[in-house]
Design a binder for this molecule. Sequence first.
Ligand code: GAL
Length: 420
Amino acid sequence: MLTTFAKRTILATAISGLLSTGALAGSVEVLHYWTSGGEAKSAAVLKDLLEKEGHEWKDFAVAGGGGESAMTVLKSRAVSGNPPSAAQIKGPDIQEWADLGFLTELDQVAGNNNWDQQLPQVVANVMKYDGHYVAVPVNVHRVNWIWANPEVLKQAGVDEVPSSWEELIAVAPKIKAAGFIPLAHGGQAWQDATLFEAVVLGVGGADFYQKAMVETDADALSGDTMVKVLDTFKRLRPLIDDDAAGREWNIATAMVINGKAAMQVMGDWAKGEFTAAGKIPGKDYVCAPAPGTQNTFTFNVDSFAMFEVSDAGDKQAQADLARLILEPTFQEAFNLNKGSIPVRTDLPMDKFDSCAKMSMNDFISTSKQGGLVPSMAHGMAVPSAVQGAIYDTVTNFFNSDDMTPEQAAEKLAKAVRAAI
Ligand code: GAL
Protein backbone atom coordinates (compact mmCIF):
# COMPACT_ATOMS: atom_id res chain seq x y z
CA MET A 1 0.00 0.00 0.00
CA LEU A 2 1.26 3.47 -0.82
CA THR A 3 1.10 6.13 1.89
CA THR A 4 -0.82 9.31 1.14
CA PHE A 5 2.51 11.13 1.04
CA ALA A 6 3.91 8.70 -1.54
CA LYS A 7 0.78 9.02 -3.66
CA ARG A 8 1.02 12.81 -3.53
CA THR A 9 4.68 12.72 -4.48
CA ILE A 10 4.00 10.46 -7.47
CA LEU A 11 1.13 12.69 -8.59
CA ALA A 12 3.18 15.84 -8.17
CA THR A 13 6.09 14.36 -10.15
CA ALA A 14 3.78 13.29 -12.95
CA ILE A 15 2.11 16.71 -13.10
CA SER A 16 5.38 18.61 -13.03
CA GLY A 17 6.69 16.31 -15.78
CA LEU A 18 3.72 17.21 -17.92
CA LEU A 19 3.92 20.89 -17.10
CA SER A 20 7.63 21.07 -17.82
CA THR A 21 7.12 19.67 -21.31
CA GLY A 22 3.94 21.64 -21.73
CA ALA A 23 2.46 18.42 -23.02
CA LEU A 24 -1.07 17.15 -22.98
CA ALA A 25 -1.52 13.55 -21.99
CA GLY A 26 -3.78 11.21 -23.88
CA SER A 27 -4.17 7.65 -24.89
CA VAL A 28 -3.72 5.65 -28.08
CA GLU A 29 -5.40 2.37 -28.78
CA VAL A 30 -2.97 0.48 -30.98
CA LEU A 31 -4.16 -2.34 -33.23
CA HIS A 32 -1.35 -4.69 -34.22
CA TYR A 33 -0.62 -8.38 -34.76
CA TRP A 34 2.72 -8.72 -33.06
CA THR A 35 2.07 -11.60 -30.70
CA SER A 36 4.96 -14.07 -31.18
CA GLY A 37 7.91 -14.01 -28.75
CA GLY A 38 10.15 -11.72 -30.82
CA GLU A 39 7.25 -9.56 -31.98
CA ALA A 40 5.84 -9.00 -28.48
CA LYS A 41 9.26 -7.85 -27.28
CA SER A 42 9.40 -5.41 -30.18
CA ALA A 43 5.92 -3.98 -29.56
CA ALA A 44 6.82 -3.50 -25.89
CA VAL A 45 9.60 -1.09 -26.91
CA LEU A 46 7.06 1.28 -28.44
CA LYS A 47 4.65 0.94 -25.55
CA ASP A 48 7.39 1.82 -23.04
CA LEU A 49 8.52 4.86 -24.99
CA LEU A 50 4.98 6.16 -25.32
CA GLU A 51 4.30 5.68 -21.63
CA LYS A 52 7.50 7.55 -20.78
CA GLU A 53 5.98 10.55 -22.56
CA GLY A 54 3.05 10.38 -20.13
CA HIS A 55 0.55 8.78 -22.51
CA GLU A 56 -1.47 5.62 -22.19
CA TRP A 57 -1.01 2.68 -24.58
CA LYS A 58 -4.16 0.60 -24.97
CA ASP A 59 -2.99 -2.65 -26.46
CA PHE A 60 -5.22 -4.12 -29.14
CA ALA A 61 -3.29 -7.17 -30.34
CA VAL A 62 -5.05 -9.53 -32.74
CA ALA A 63 -3.13 -12.79 -33.11
CA GLY A 64 -2.50 -14.32 -36.52
CA GLY A 65 0.66 -14.04 -38.61
CA GLY A 66 0.53 -11.84 -41.68
CA GLY A 67 -2.26 -9.78 -40.12
CA GLU A 68 -5.30 -11.09 -42.00
CA SER A 69 -7.35 -11.47 -38.81
CA ALA A 70 -6.21 -8.06 -37.58
CA MET A 71 -7.39 -6.44 -40.82
CA THR A 72 -10.80 -8.14 -40.53
CA VAL A 73 -11.18 -6.80 -37.00
CA LEU A 74 -10.06 -3.34 -38.10
CA LYS A 75 -12.66 -3.24 -40.86
CA SER A 76 -15.49 -4.22 -38.54
CA ARG A 77 -14.43 -1.61 -35.96
CA ALA A 78 -14.23 1.06 -38.66
CA VAL A 79 -17.58 0.14 -40.18
CA SER A 80 -19.22 0.45 -36.77
CA GLY A 81 -17.75 3.94 -36.42
CA ASN A 82 -15.31 3.02 -33.70
CA PRO A 83 -11.84 2.46 -35.19
CA PRO A 84 -8.78 2.27 -32.92
CA SER A 85 -6.69 5.46 -32.95
CA ALA A 86 -3.63 3.74 -34.45
CA ALA A 87 -3.37 0.62 -36.59
CA GLN A 88 -0.66 -1.39 -38.26
CA ILE A 89 -1.57 -0.90 -41.92
CA LYS A 90 0.79 -1.06 -44.84
CA GLY A 91 1.36 -0.75 -48.57
CA PRO A 92 -1.53 0.08 -50.91
CA ASP A 93 -3.97 -0.50 -48.03
CA ILE A 94 -2.80 2.84 -46.63
CA GLN A 95 -4.10 4.53 -49.77
CA GLU A 96 -7.41 2.71 -49.51
CA TRP A 97 -7.99 3.79 -45.90
CA ALA A 98 -6.95 7.36 -46.69
CA ASP A 99 -9.22 7.41 -49.71
CA LEU A 100 -12.16 6.49 -47.48
CA GLY A 101 -11.34 9.52 -45.34
CA PHE A 102 -10.38 7.68 -42.16
CA LEU A 103 -6.77 8.76 -41.67
CA THR A 104 -5.19 11.75 -39.95
CA GLU A 105 -2.54 13.75 -41.77
CA LEU A 106 0.86 13.64 -40.11
CA ASP A 107 2.46 16.49 -42.09
CA GLN A 108 3.20 18.63 -39.06
CA VAL A 109 5.14 15.99 -37.17
CA ALA A 110 6.74 14.88 -40.45
CA GLY A 111 7.86 18.43 -41.22
CA ASN A 112 9.15 19.15 -37.70
CA ASN A 113 11.21 15.98 -37.78
CA ASN A 114 12.47 15.99 -41.39
CA TRP A 115 10.89 12.73 -42.48
CA ASP A 116 11.42 13.64 -46.14
CA GLN A 117 15.18 13.77 -45.53
CA GLN A 118 15.27 10.68 -43.33
CA LEU A 119 13.23 8.23 -45.36
CA PRO A 120 14.14 6.44 -48.56
CA GLN A 121 11.96 7.76 -51.39
CA VAL A 122 10.49 4.33 -52.10
CA VAL A 123 9.23 4.16 -48.49
CA ALA A 124 8.06 7.79 -48.22
CA ASN A 125 5.89 7.34 -51.33
CA VAL A 126 3.95 4.52 -49.69
CA MET A 127 3.36 6.58 -46.53
CA LYS A 128 1.85 9.54 -48.40
CA TYR A 129 -1.63 10.01 -49.76
CA ASP A 130 -2.10 12.86 -52.18
CA GLY A 131 1.29 14.25 -51.14
CA HIS A 132 0.51 14.17 -47.39
CA TYR A 133 1.96 11.80 -44.83
CA VAL A 134 -0.79 9.56 -43.45
CA ALA A 135 1.37 6.75 -42.04
CA VAL A 136 4.73 6.33 -40.35
CA PRO A 137 7.07 3.43 -41.17
CA VAL A 138 8.75 1.42 -38.42
CA ASN A 139 11.15 -0.87 -40.26
CA VAL A 140 12.22 -2.65 -43.40
CA HIS A 141 11.72 -6.41 -43.39
CA ARG A 142 13.40 -8.45 -46.08
CA VAL A 143 11.10 -11.28 -47.09
CA ASN A 144 13.32 -13.35 -49.39
CA TRP A 145 15.36 -15.24 -46.82
CA ILE A 146 16.10 -18.83 -45.99
CA TRP A 147 16.96 -19.75 -42.37
CA ALA A 148 18.92 -22.91 -41.72
CA ASN A 149 20.07 -25.01 -38.80
CA PRO A 150 23.73 -25.77 -39.66
CA GLU A 151 23.90 -28.74 -37.28
CA VAL A 152 20.98 -30.44 -39.03
CA LEU A 153 22.52 -29.78 -42.44
CA LYS A 154 25.83 -31.22 -41.22
CA GLN A 155 24.20 -34.37 -39.86
CA ALA A 156 22.43 -34.82 -43.20
CA GLY A 157 25.73 -34.41 -45.08
CA VAL A 158 24.65 -31.16 -46.75
CA ASP A 159 27.61 -28.78 -46.95
CA GLU A 160 25.91 -25.50 -47.72
CA VAL A 161 22.57 -23.75 -47.63
CA PRO A 162 21.09 -24.38 -51.12
CA SER A 163 21.50 -21.43 -53.45
CA SER A 164 18.89 -22.50 -56.01
CA TRP A 165 15.48 -24.17 -55.77
CA GLU A 166 16.73 -27.16 -57.77
CA GLU A 167 19.56 -27.59 -55.29
CA LEU A 168 17.12 -27.41 -52.38
CA ILE A 169 14.90 -30.06 -53.96
CA ALA A 170 17.97 -32.23 -54.70
CA VAL A 171 19.30 -32.25 -51.10
CA ALA A 172 15.89 -32.90 -49.50
CA PRO A 173 16.06 -36.73 -49.70
CA LYS A 174 19.36 -36.69 -47.75
CA ILE A 175 17.79 -34.53 -45.04
CA LYS A 176 14.77 -36.82 -44.82
CA ALA A 177 16.98 -39.91 -44.71
CA ALA A 178 18.85 -38.40 -41.76
CA GLY A 179 15.52 -38.08 -39.91
CA PHE A 180 14.75 -34.37 -40.35
CA ILE A 181 12.07 -32.32 -42.09
CA PRO A 182 13.69 -30.45 -45.01
CA LEU A 183 11.39 -27.42 -44.94
CA ALA A 184 9.59 -26.00 -41.89
CA HIS A 185 6.34 -24.42 -43.04
CA GLY A 186 2.90 -23.55 -41.82
CA GLY A 187 -0.04 -24.38 -44.09
CA GLN A 188 -1.69 -20.96 -44.12
CA ALA A 189 -2.46 -19.00 -47.28
CA TRP A 190 -0.09 -16.13 -46.47
CA GLN A 191 2.78 -18.52 -45.73
CA ASP A 192 2.16 -20.40 -48.98
CA ALA A 193 2.19 -17.02 -50.73
CA THR A 194 5.46 -16.07 -49.00
CA LEU A 195 7.11 -19.23 -50.32
CA PHE A 196 5.50 -18.77 -53.73
CA GLU A 197 6.75 -15.21 -54.23
CA ALA A 198 10.28 -16.32 -53.33
CA VAL A 199 10.04 -18.94 -56.10
CA VAL A 200 8.68 -16.31 -58.52
CA LEU A 201 11.75 -14.19 -57.78
CA GLY A 202 14.22 -17.08 -57.76
CA VAL A 203 13.03 -18.74 -60.96
CA GLY A 204 11.77 -15.72 -62.91
CA GLY A 205 14.12 -12.93 -61.69
CA ALA A 206 13.30 -9.40 -60.55
CA ASP A 207 11.92 -8.12 -63.87
CA PHE A 208 9.54 -11.06 -64.16
CA TYR A 209 8.52 -10.62 -60.53
CA GLN A 210 7.76 -6.96 -61.20
CA LYS A 211 5.61 -7.81 -64.22
CA ALA A 212 3.72 -10.66 -62.55
CA MET A 213 3.41 -9.69 -58.88
CA VAL A 214 3.33 -5.88 -59.08
CA GLU A 215 1.95 -4.98 -62.51
CA THR A 216 -0.17 -8.18 -62.59
CA ASP A 217 0.44 -8.45 -66.31
CA ALA A 218 -1.88 -11.14 -67.74
CA ASP A 219 0.79 -12.66 -70.01
CA ALA A 220 3.29 -12.88 -67.18
CA LEU A 221 0.69 -14.48 -64.91
CA SER A 222 -0.33 -17.15 -67.39
CA GLY A 223 2.81 -17.66 -69.52
CA ASP A 224 5.61 -20.24 -69.66
CA THR A 225 7.78 -18.69 -66.97
CA MET A 226 4.86 -18.76 -64.54
CA VAL A 227 4.22 -22.41 -65.42
CA LYS A 228 7.85 -23.17 -64.59
CA VAL A 229 7.56 -21.20 -61.31
CA LEU A 230 4.41 -23.12 -60.33
CA ASP A 231 6.00 -26.44 -61.21
CA THR A 232 9.03 -25.67 -59.00
CA PHE A 233 6.77 -24.39 -56.21
CA LYS A 234 4.70 -27.59 -56.27
CA ARG A 235 7.82 -29.74 -56.05
CA LEU A 236 8.55 -28.12 -52.68
CA ARG A 237 5.34 -29.54 -51.19
CA PRO A 238 6.84 -32.97 -50.34
CA LEU A 239 9.65 -31.22 -48.43
CA ILE A 240 7.09 -30.17 -45.82
CA ASP A 241 5.76 -32.48 -43.08
CA ASP A 242 2.20 -33.81 -42.87
CA ASP A 243 1.25 -31.71 -39.84
CA ALA A 244 1.80 -28.33 -41.48
CA ALA A 245 -1.88 -27.39 -41.96
CA GLY A 246 -2.78 -24.29 -39.97
CA ARG A 247 0.60 -24.10 -38.23
CA GLU A 248 1.70 -20.55 -37.25
CA TRP A 249 4.96 -19.31 -38.79
CA ASN A 250 6.74 -18.98 -35.44
CA ILE A 251 6.02 -22.62 -34.62
CA ALA A 252 7.67 -23.48 -37.93
CA THR A 253 10.66 -21.28 -36.98
CA ALA A 254 10.85 -23.13 -33.67
CA MET A 255 11.23 -26.39 -35.62
CA VAL A 256 14.42 -25.00 -37.17
CA ILE A 257 15.60 -23.60 -33.84
CA ASN A 258 15.04 -26.97 -32.10
CA GLY A 259 16.63 -29.04 -34.84
CA LYS A 260 13.49 -30.82 -36.06
CA ALA A 261 13.65 -29.18 -39.45
CA ALA A 262 16.58 -28.03 -41.58
CA MET A 263 15.31 -24.79 -43.12
CA GLN A 264 12.51 -22.26 -43.36
CA VAL A 265 11.78 -19.74 -46.10
CA MET A 266 10.40 -16.72 -44.26
CA GLY A 267 10.88 -12.99 -43.84
CA ASP A 268 13.30 -11.79 -41.20
CA TRP A 269 10.67 -11.53 -38.47
CA ALA A 270 11.79 -15.19 -38.14
CA LYS A 271 15.11 -13.82 -36.95
CA GLY A 272 13.24 -12.17 -34.08
CA GLU A 273 12.39 -15.70 -32.89
CA PHE A 274 16.02 -16.87 -33.12
CA THR A 275 17.07 -13.74 -31.22
CA ALA A 276 14.41 -14.21 -28.54
CA ALA A 277 15.67 -17.80 -28.12
CA GLY A 278 19.21 -16.45 -27.56
CA LYS A 279 20.58 -17.88 -30.82
CA ILE A 280 23.53 -16.36 -32.65
CA PRO A 281 23.66 -16.05 -36.46
CA GLY A 282 26.61 -17.79 -38.09
CA LYS A 283 26.84 -20.16 -35.12
CA ASP A 284 23.42 -21.50 -34.14
CA TYR A 285 21.68 -20.62 -37.38
CA VAL A 286 22.50 -19.35 -40.83
CA CYS A 287 20.69 -16.72 -42.91
CA ALA A 288 20.96 -16.52 -46.69
CA PRO A 289 18.91 -15.01 -49.49
CA ALA A 290 16.12 -17.41 -50.51
CA PRO A 291 17.35 -19.80 -53.22
CA GLY A 292 18.05 -18.04 -56.52
CA THR A 293 17.26 -14.59 -55.11
CA GLN A 294 20.78 -13.31 -54.48
CA ASN A 295 21.12 -9.61 -55.44
CA THR A 296 17.41 -9.02 -55.13
CA PHE A 297 15.41 -7.79 -52.18
CA THR A 298 11.70 -8.25 -51.49
CA PHE A 299 10.77 -5.45 -49.11
CA ASN A 300 8.01 -5.32 -46.53
CA VAL A 301 7.68 -2.12 -44.54
CA ASP A 302 5.56 -2.18 -41.39
CA SER A 303 3.85 1.09 -40.64
CA PHE A 304 1.22 2.71 -38.46
CA ALA A 305 -1.59 4.92 -39.62
CA MET A 306 -3.57 7.14 -37.26
CA PHE A 307 -7.35 7.39 -37.34
CA GLU A 308 -9.19 10.66 -36.70
CA VAL A 309 -9.74 11.40 -33.00
CA SER A 310 -11.29 14.48 -31.38
CA ASP A 311 -9.72 14.77 -27.91
CA ALA A 312 -6.72 17.15 -27.82
CA GLY A 313 -4.73 14.88 -25.49
CA ASP A 314 -5.34 11.87 -27.72
CA LYS A 315 -4.25 13.88 -30.76
CA GLN A 316 -1.05 14.77 -28.92
CA ALA A 317 -0.50 11.11 -28.04
CA GLN A 318 -0.85 10.15 -31.71
CA ALA A 319 1.62 12.84 -32.77
CA ASP A 320 4.10 11.73 -30.11
CA LEU A 321 3.73 8.10 -31.16
CA ALA A 322 4.43 9.04 -34.77
CA ARG A 323 7.48 11.10 -33.77
CA LEU A 324 8.92 8.40 -31.49
CA ILE A 325 8.75 5.78 -34.22
CA LEU A 326 11.34 7.47 -36.39
CA GLU A 327 13.66 8.49 -33.56
CA PRO A 328 16.97 6.60 -33.29
CA THR A 329 16.17 5.10 -29.85
CA PHE A 330 13.10 3.31 -31.11
CA GLN A 331 14.55 2.40 -34.49
CA GLU A 332 17.48 0.63 -32.89
CA ALA A 333 15.79 -1.14 -29.97
CA PHE A 334 12.73 -2.19 -31.95
CA ASN A 335 14.55 -3.51 -34.99
CA LEU A 336 17.14 -5.41 -32.93
CA ASN A 337 14.23 -7.41 -31.49
CA LYS A 338 12.10 -7.59 -34.61
CA GLY A 339 14.71 -8.98 -37.02
CA SER A 340 14.23 -6.10 -39.45
CA ILE A 341 16.50 -3.14 -40.22
CA PRO A 342 15.87 0.53 -39.39
CA VAL A 343 13.80 2.29 -42.02
CA ARG A 344 16.21 5.22 -41.75
CA THR A 345 19.42 4.47 -43.60
CA ASP A 346 21.37 7.17 -41.70
CA LEU A 347 21.60 5.33 -38.37
CA PRO A 348 24.58 3.37 -37.02
CA MET A 349 24.32 -0.40 -37.55
CA ASP A 350 27.11 -1.45 -35.17
CA LYS A 351 24.76 -3.17 -32.70
CA PHE A 352 23.12 -5.21 -35.47
CA ASP A 353 24.12 -8.76 -36.44
CA SER A 354 25.56 -10.01 -39.72
CA CYS A 355 22.13 -10.85 -41.23
CA ALA A 356 20.86 -7.32 -40.57
CA LYS A 357 24.05 -5.80 -41.99
CA MET A 358 23.67 -7.92 -45.12
CA SER A 359 20.06 -6.81 -45.36
CA MET A 360 20.97 -3.12 -45.08
CA ASN A 361 23.73 -3.46 -47.71
CA ASP A 362 21.43 -5.30 -50.09
CA PHE A 363 18.55 -2.88 -49.48
CA ILE A 364 20.76 0.07 -50.41
CA SER A 365 22.49 -1.63 -53.35
CA THR A 366 19.30 -3.05 -54.92
CA SER A 367 17.59 0.32 -54.56
CA LYS A 368 20.37 1.81 -56.70
CA GLN A 369 21.12 -1.02 -59.11
CA GLY A 370 17.69 -2.62 -59.45
CA GLY A 371 16.35 -5.79 -57.86
CA LEU A 372 14.37 -4.08 -55.08
CA VAL A 373 10.77 -5.30 -55.30
CA PRO A 374 7.72 -4.98 -53.02
CA SER A 375 6.35 -8.10 -51.36
CA MET A 376 3.04 -9.28 -52.77
CA ALA A 377 2.50 -11.72 -49.92
CA HIS A 378 2.96 -8.96 -47.33
CA GLY A 379 0.66 -6.36 -48.77
CA MET A 380 3.23 -4.10 -50.40
CA ALA A 381 2.60 -4.73 -54.09
CA VAL A 382 -1.10 -4.91 -54.94
CA PRO A 383 -4.44 -3.90 -53.38
CA SER A 384 -5.85 -6.39 -50.89
CA ALA A 385 -8.50 -7.77 -53.28
CA VAL A 386 -5.83 -8.72 -55.83
CA GLN A 387 -3.61 -10.12 -53.11
CA GLY A 388 -6.54 -12.23 -51.89
CA ALA A 389 -7.10 -13.61 -55.40
CA ILE A 390 -3.42 -14.61 -55.67
CA TYR A 391 -3.47 -16.15 -52.18
CA ASP A 392 -6.50 -18.30 -53.03
CA THR A 393 -5.14 -19.63 -56.29
CA VAL A 394 -1.68 -20.29 -54.94
CA THR A 395 -2.83 -22.08 -51.82
CA ASN A 396 -5.42 -24.18 -53.71
CA PHE A 397 -2.81 -25.26 -56.21
CA PHE A 398 -0.21 -26.02 -53.53
CA ASN A 399 -2.64 -28.29 -51.72
CA SER A 400 -4.44 -29.82 -54.70
CA ASP A 401 -3.86 -33.38 -55.88
CA ASP A 402 -4.66 -32.91 -59.51
CA MET A 403 -4.29 -29.28 -60.66
CA THR A 404 -1.46 -28.93 -63.20
CA PRO A 405 0.90 -25.92 -63.23
CA GLU A 406 -0.60 -24.95 -66.61
CA GLN A 407 -4.12 -24.93 -65.16
CA ALA A 408 -2.93 -23.02 -62.10
CA ALA A 409 -1.29 -20.33 -64.26
CA GLU A 410 -4.54 -19.89 -66.21
CA LYS A 411 -6.51 -19.66 -62.98
CA LEU A 412 -4.07 -17.15 -61.56
CA ALA A 413 -4.47 -14.77 -64.50
CA LYS A 414 -8.26 -15.12 -64.42
CA ALA A 415 -8.59 -14.65 -60.65
CA VAL A 416 -6.42 -11.54 -60.73
CA ARG A 417 -8.37 -10.07 -63.65
CA ALA A 418 -11.63 -10.62 -61.77
CA ALA A 419 -10.26 -8.90 -58.65
CA ILE A 420 -8.95 -5.75 -60.32
C1 GAL B 1 4.34 -9.56 -41.72
C2 GAL B 1 4.61 -8.33 -40.90
C3 GAL B 1 5.66 -8.63 -39.90
C4 GAL B 1 5.36 -9.88 -39.12
C5 GAL B 1 4.83 -11.02 -39.98
C6 GAL B 1 4.24 -12.17 -39.20
O1 GAL B 1 3.37 -9.30 -42.70
O2 GAL B 1 5.06 -7.32 -41.75
O3 GAL B 1 5.83 -7.52 -39.05
O4 GAL B 1 4.50 -9.57 -38.10
O5 GAL B 1 3.88 -10.59 -40.90
O6 GAL B 1 3.05 -11.80 -38.59
